[in-house]
Design a protein around this ligand. Sequence first.
Ligand SMILES: [Zn+2]
Length: 295
Amino acid sequence: MNLGVRWYVGTDVHRFARHAAWSLFAVMTGAAACGPAGATAAAPAPSAGTVPRPDASARPSTTPTPSAVEPETTAVEPEPDPAPVSAFAHADLDPDNDQELGPPPPIADCEAKLAAKGVRFKSARIGVGQKVDGVPMCGAEQVVRYKRGPGDIEYSSSPLLTCGMALALADFELVAQEVAQAELGRRIESIDHLGTYNCRKMALYDLVSEHSFANGIDLRRFHFAGGKTADVLRDFRPDEDEPPEAGRFLRRLANRLFDDQVFSVVVTPYFDRAHRNHIHVDLARYRVDGSRPSQ
Ligand SMILES: [Zn+2]
Protein backbone atom coordinates (compact mmCIF):
# COMPACT_ATOMS: atom_id res chain seq x y z
CA MET A 1 0.00 0.00 0.00
CA ASN A 2 1.16 3.44 -0.56
CA LEU A 3 0.75 7.02 0.36
CA GLY A 4 2.91 9.97 -0.60
CA VAL A 5 5.61 10.73 1.90
CA ARG A 6 4.64 14.36 1.62
CA TRP A 7 1.83 13.70 4.03
CA TYR A 8 -0.63 16.30 5.18
CA VAL A 9 -1.20 17.17 1.57
CA GLY A 10 -4.59 15.53 1.44
CA THR A 11 -5.89 17.22 -1.64
CA ASP A 12 -7.68 15.42 -4.40
CA VAL A 13 -4.81 16.27 -6.71
CA HIS A 14 -2.33 14.44 -4.55
CA ARG A 15 -4.70 11.54 -4.06
CA PHE A 16 -5.05 11.31 -7.80
CA ALA A 17 -1.31 11.53 -8.28
CA ARG A 18 -0.75 8.71 -5.81
CA HIS A 19 -3.38 6.59 -7.48
CA ALA A 20 -1.92 7.24 -10.91
CA ALA A 21 1.55 6.49 -9.60
CA TRP A 22 0.44 3.21 -8.09
CA SER A 23 -1.39 2.20 -11.24
CA LEU A 24 1.63 3.02 -13.34
CA PHE A 25 3.94 1.20 -10.96
CA ALA A 26 1.72 -1.85 -11.00
CA VAL A 27 1.51 -1.85 -14.78
CA MET A 28 5.26 -1.39 -15.16
CA THR A 29 6.25 -4.08 -12.72
CA GLY A 30 3.27 -6.43 -12.74
CA ALA A 31 3.87 -5.91 -9.08
CA ALA A 32 3.29 -8.71 -6.72
CA ALA A 33 4.01 -5.70 -4.63
CA CYS A 34 1.01 -4.91 -2.78
CA GLY A 35 -1.59 -2.67 -1.52
CA PRO A 36 -4.17 -0.46 -3.11
CA ALA A 37 -3.89 3.17 -3.98
CA GLY A 38 -4.71 5.85 -1.46
CA ALA A 39 -7.33 7.24 -3.83
CA THR A 40 -9.59 4.30 -3.10
CA ALA A 41 -9.55 4.61 0.65
CA ALA A 42 -13.08 4.19 1.86
CA ALA A 43 -13.32 7.47 3.65
CA PRO A 44 -11.12 10.31 2.46
CA ALA A 45 -10.04 12.07 5.60
CA PRO A 46 -8.91 15.58 6.19
CA SER A 47 -5.20 15.83 6.79
CA ALA A 48 -4.78 15.88 10.52
CA GLY A 49 -2.34 18.72 10.71
CA THR A 50 -3.82 21.24 8.35
CA VAL A 51 -7.55 20.94 8.02
CA PRO A 52 -9.62 21.91 11.05
CA ARG A 53 -12.29 19.45 12.04
CA PRO A 54 -15.80 20.53 11.18
CA ASP A 55 -17.41 22.47 13.97
CA ALA A 56 -19.90 20.06 15.49
CA SER A 57 -21.86 22.93 17.03
CA ALA A 58 -22.58 24.26 13.53
CA ARG A 59 -24.46 21.14 12.52
CA PRO A 60 -28.24 21.29 12.36
CA SER A 61 -29.75 19.69 15.41
CA THR A 62 -32.17 16.83 14.92
CA THR A 63 -33.85 17.33 18.26
CA PRO A 64 -36.01 20.37 18.84
CA THR A 65 -34.72 22.79 21.45
CA PRO A 66 -37.04 22.81 24.41
CA SER A 67 -36.72 26.48 24.97
CA ALA A 68 -35.59 29.41 22.91
CA VAL A 69 -33.65 30.75 25.87
CA GLU A 70 -31.49 27.69 26.35
CA PRO A 71 -28.05 28.91 27.35
CA GLU A 72 -25.54 28.93 24.51
CA THR A 73 -22.78 27.58 26.70
CA THR A 74 -23.98 23.97 26.40
CA ALA A 75 -20.90 21.80 26.00
CA VAL A 76 -20.60 19.97 22.69
CA GLU A 77 -20.32 16.25 23.28
CA PRO A 78 -17.25 14.78 21.56
CA GLU A 79 -18.16 12.22 18.92
CA PRO A 80 -17.56 8.69 20.16
CA ASP A 81 -14.96 6.58 18.38
CA PRO A 82 -16.48 4.11 15.93
CA ALA A 83 -17.19 0.83 17.71
CA PRO A 84 -15.65 -2.43 16.49
CA VAL A 85 -18.25 -4.74 14.97
CA SER A 86 -16.78 -8.11 15.87
CA ALA A 87 -14.69 -9.92 18.42
CA PHE A 88 -12.03 -10.26 15.71
CA ALA A 89 -11.69 -6.55 14.97
CA HIS A 90 -8.22 -5.00 14.61
CA ALA A 91 -8.79 -2.47 11.82
CA ASP A 92 -7.90 1.15 12.45
CA LEU A 93 -11.28 2.90 12.45
CA ASP A 94 -10.07 6.39 13.32
CA PRO A 95 -10.86 8.62 10.33
CA ASP A 96 -8.58 11.39 11.57
CA ASN A 97 -5.23 9.60 11.16
CA ASP A 98 -5.67 8.25 7.63
CA GLN A 99 -2.94 10.48 6.23
CA GLU A 100 -0.32 9.61 8.84
CA LEU A 101 2.60 7.48 7.73
CA GLY A 102 5.19 5.38 9.45
CA PRO A 103 5.27 2.15 11.44
CA PRO A 104 2.29 1.48 13.70
CA PRO A 105 2.72 2.61 17.31
CA PRO A 106 3.67 -0.19 19.72
CA ILE A 107 0.85 -1.95 21.58
CA ALA A 108 1.11 -2.23 25.37
CA ASP A 109 1.71 -5.81 26.57
CA CYS A 110 1.41 -7.02 23.00
CA GLU A 111 3.44 -10.20 23.45
CA ALA A 112 1.38 -11.14 26.51
CA LYS A 113 -1.75 -10.61 24.42
CA LEU A 114 -0.34 -12.85 21.70
CA ALA A 115 0.39 -15.57 24.23
CA ALA A 116 -3.14 -15.22 25.63
CA LYS A 117 -4.50 -15.84 22.12
CA GLY A 118 -2.53 -19.06 21.95
CA VAL A 119 0.07 -17.84 19.46
CA ARG A 120 3.53 -19.39 19.43
CA PHE A 121 6.03 -16.78 18.31
CA LYS A 122 9.52 -15.42 18.78
CA SER A 123 10.42 -11.80 19.42
CA ALA A 124 12.20 -10.35 16.42
CA ARG A 125 13.95 -7.17 15.38
CA ILE A 126 14.08 -5.47 12.04
CA GLY A 127 16.09 -2.40 11.28
CA VAL A 128 14.38 0.92 11.00
CA GLY A 129 15.52 2.46 7.75
CA GLN A 130 15.63 5.89 6.24
CA LYS A 131 13.63 8.60 7.94
CA VAL A 132 11.74 11.36 6.19
CA ASP A 133 10.91 14.30 8.45
CA GLY A 134 11.69 12.07 11.42
CA VAL A 135 9.34 9.25 10.37
CA PRO A 136 10.92 5.88 9.50
CA MET A 137 10.00 4.69 6.02
CA CYS A 138 10.96 1.12 6.84
CA GLY A 139 10.86 -1.32 9.71
CA ALA A 140 8.95 -1.26 12.97
CA GLU A 141 9.96 -1.42 16.59
CA GLN A 142 7.59 -4.19 17.71
CA VAL A 143 7.95 -7.25 15.52
CA VAL A 144 7.55 -11.00 15.99
CA ARG A 145 8.20 -14.17 14.06
CA TYR A 146 4.80 -15.91 13.99
CA LYS A 147 5.05 -19.67 14.40
CA ARG A 148 1.61 -21.15 15.07
CA GLY A 149 -1.73 -19.66 15.94
CA PRO A 150 -5.09 -20.70 17.38
CA GLY A 151 -6.36 -22.01 14.03
CA ASP A 152 -3.43 -24.48 13.93
CA ILE A 153 -2.48 -23.38 10.41
CA GLU A 154 1.00 -23.92 9.04
CA TYR A 155 2.52 -21.17 6.86
CA SER A 156 4.86 -21.69 3.91
CA SER A 157 7.35 -19.67 5.95
CA SER A 158 6.97 -18.20 9.44
CA PRO A 159 5.52 -14.72 8.91
CA LEU A 160 7.58 -11.78 10.22
CA LEU A 161 4.98 -9.27 11.38
CA THR A 162 4.32 -6.30 13.58
CA CYS A 163 2.89 -7.54 16.85
CA GLY A 164 -0.43 -5.90 15.94
CA MET A 165 -0.58 -7.82 12.67
CA ALA A 166 0.28 -11.02 14.53
CA LEU A 167 -2.71 -10.42 16.83
CA ALA A 168 -4.90 -9.89 13.77
CA LEU A 169 -3.49 -13.00 12.08
CA ALA A 170 -4.49 -15.07 15.10
CA ASP A 171 -8.10 -13.91 14.71
CA PHE A 172 -7.85 -14.25 10.93
CA GLU A 173 -7.18 -17.97 11.47
CA LEU A 174 -10.39 -18.38 13.49
CA VAL A 175 -12.45 -16.56 10.86
CA ALA A 176 -10.78 -18.49 8.01
CA GLN A 177 -11.46 -21.86 9.66
CA GLU A 178 -15.09 -20.84 10.17
CA VAL A 179 -15.50 -19.88 6.50
CA ALA A 180 -13.70 -23.04 5.33
CA GLN A 181 -16.02 -25.18 7.41
CA ALA A 182 -19.12 -23.36 6.16
CA GLU A 183 -18.15 -23.30 2.47
CA LEU A 184 -16.18 -26.50 2.04
CA GLY A 185 -16.89 -28.58 5.12
CA ARG A 186 -13.19 -28.96 5.88
CA ARG A 187 -10.44 -27.23 7.78
CA ILE A 188 -7.42 -25.31 6.54
CA GLU A 189 -4.12 -27.07 7.18
CA SER A 190 -1.68 -24.64 5.63
CA ILE A 191 -1.36 -21.36 3.76
CA ASP A 192 1.19 -20.32 1.15
CA HIS A 193 2.00 -16.64 1.44
CA LEU A 194 4.05 -14.34 -0.74
CA GLY A 195 5.62 -12.26 1.99
CA THR A 196 5.14 -9.84 4.82
CA TYR A 197 8.15 -7.57 5.29
CA ASN A 198 9.74 -5.92 2.32
CA CYS A 199 11.55 -2.67 2.86
CA ARG A 200 11.04 -0.88 -0.37
CA LYS A 201 10.48 2.67 -1.31
CA MET A 202 8.88 2.93 -4.66
CA ALA A 203 10.71 5.55 -6.65
CA LEU A 204 7.72 7.12 -8.27
CA TYR A 205 6.12 9.70 -6.00
CA ASP A 206 7.96 8.20 -3.01
CA LEU A 207 5.36 5.56 -2.36
CA VAL A 208 5.51 3.48 0.78
CA SER A 209 3.78 0.14 1.36
CA GLU A 210 2.56 -1.34 4.64
CA HIS A 211 4.93 -4.19 3.75
CA SER A 212 7.70 -1.70 4.51
CA PHE A 213 6.61 -1.94 8.14
CA ALA A 214 5.93 -5.72 8.21
CA ASN A 215 2.34 -4.66 8.68
CA GLY A 216 0.74 -6.70 5.88
CA ILE A 217 0.70 -10.20 4.37
CA ASP A 218 -0.06 -11.57 0.91
CA LEU A 219 -2.12 -14.77 0.97
CA ARG A 220 -1.75 -16.88 -2.13
CA ARG A 221 -3.03 -20.44 -1.61
CA PHE A 222 -4.97 -22.38 1.03
CA HIS A 223 -4.50 -26.13 1.57
CA PHE A 224 -7.40 -28.03 3.18
CA ALA A 225 -7.59 -31.35 4.96
CA GLY A 226 -8.12 -34.04 2.35
CA GLY A 227 -5.89 -32.42 -0.25
CA LYS A 228 -8.12 -29.75 -1.75
CA THR A 229 -6.65 -26.29 -2.38
CA ALA A 230 -7.95 -22.78 -3.04
CA ASP A 231 -5.53 -20.84 -5.21
CA VAL A 232 -6.22 -17.13 -5.72
CA LEU A 233 -4.85 -17.02 -9.28
CA ARG A 234 -6.69 -20.17 -10.34
CA ASP A 235 -9.94 -19.96 -8.41
CA PHE A 236 -10.89 -16.35 -7.61
CA ARG A 237 -11.95 -15.54 -11.20
CA PRO A 238 -12.99 -11.93 -10.69
CA ASP A 239 -14.75 -11.80 -14.07
CA GLU A 240 -17.07 -14.73 -13.37
CA ASP A 241 -20.39 -14.62 -11.52
CA GLU A 242 -20.18 -18.23 -10.33
CA PRO A 243 -16.63 -19.27 -9.46
CA PRO A 244 -15.77 -22.82 -8.39
CA GLU A 245 -16.39 -23.55 -4.71
CA ALA A 246 -12.75 -22.79 -3.88
CA GLY A 247 -13.26 -19.36 -5.43
CA ARG A 248 -16.42 -18.86 -3.44
CA PHE A 249 -14.46 -19.65 -0.29
CA LEU A 250 -11.86 -17.02 -1.19
CA ARG A 251 -14.49 -14.36 -1.89
CA ARG A 252 -16.47 -15.07 1.29
CA LEU A 253 -13.28 -15.04 3.32
CA ALA A 254 -12.21 -11.68 1.89
CA ASN A 255 -15.67 -10.21 2.60
CA ARG A 256 -15.58 -11.47 6.19
CA LEU A 257 -12.08 -10.13 6.79
CA PHE A 258 -13.19 -6.65 5.79
CA ASP A 259 -16.69 -6.71 7.29
CA ASP A 260 -15.52 -8.11 10.64
CA GLN A 261 -12.75 -5.46 10.63
CA VAL A 262 -10.06 -8.10 11.07
CA PHE A 263 -7.82 -5.95 8.88
CA SER A 264 -7.99 -2.31 7.77
CA VAL A 265 -7.31 -3.16 4.15
CA VAL A 266 -8.41 -6.23 2.17
CA VAL A 267 -7.53 -6.31 -1.52
CA THR A 268 -8.33 -9.13 -3.96
CA PRO A 269 -8.19 -9.78 -7.71
CA TYR A 270 -11.32 -7.62 -7.97
CA PHE A 271 -9.11 -4.63 -7.26
CA ASP A 272 -6.44 -4.72 -9.96
CA ARG A 273 -4.13 -6.97 -11.97
CA ALA A 274 -1.34 -6.56 -9.41
CA HIS A 275 -3.45 -8.60 -6.98
CA ARG A 276 -4.56 -11.29 -9.43
CA ASN A 277 -2.68 -14.01 -7.56
CA HIS A 278 -3.08 -13.08 -3.89
CA ILE A 279 -5.23 -11.46 -1.26
CA HIS A 280 -3.40 -8.58 0.40
CA VAL A 281 -4.39 -7.68 3.97
CA ASP A 282 -2.85 -5.06 6.23
CA LEU A 283 -3.41 -2.81 9.22
CA ALA A 284 -2.95 0.58 7.59
CA ARG A 285 -4.42 3.62 9.32
CA TYR A 286 -7.00 3.99 6.53
CA ARG A 287 -9.55 1.47 5.28
CA VAL A 288 -9.88 -0.03 1.79
CA ASP A 289 -12.47 -2.63 0.81
CA GLY A 290 -11.07 -4.40 -2.23
CA SER A 291 -12.99 -7.58 -1.38
CA ARG A 292 -15.84 -6.71 -3.75
CA PRO A 293 -16.12 -5.61 -7.35
CA SER A 294 -15.76 -1.84 -7.60
CA GLN A 295 -19.00 -0.01 -8.31
ZN1 LIG B 1 0.70 -7.13 -0.21
